[in-house]
Design a binder for this molecule. Sequence first.
Ligand SMILES: [Cu+2]
Length: 124
Amino acid sequence: MIRRLTAVVAVSAGVLVGASGCGTETEAPGSGTPEDSVVIDVRISQGTVTPTNERIDVAVGQTVTVRVDSDADDELHVHAVPEHSFEIHPGTGQQTQFSVEVPGQVALELHETGKTVATLLVRP
Ligand SMILES: [Cu+2]
């Protein structure tokens, strides 16, 4: 889980560094996964959340996918405008997607455990 998160974020960071502005087309060197999507894998197990307090660069309008494996009920809250919340239940492979349309910092919080999974640093 963690290795995959790191890999995806690294790819996205590379794309952002390489891109000079809005509308820049990104050519995937490999194939398969969309280059412009950020995937965050979250695990909730016995009250422990992984990851916590990640800082992740995204661009306005970029698709963010959150995948959750959990052993408890919780609620993921995306502090964007508009807000986005996602109910979590015990089980694997739960997934939600959203994009952020306003630049700034957006916290992804779990309201039952009270943890911040990540802060998205949203670029214009
Ligand atoms: Cu919240």
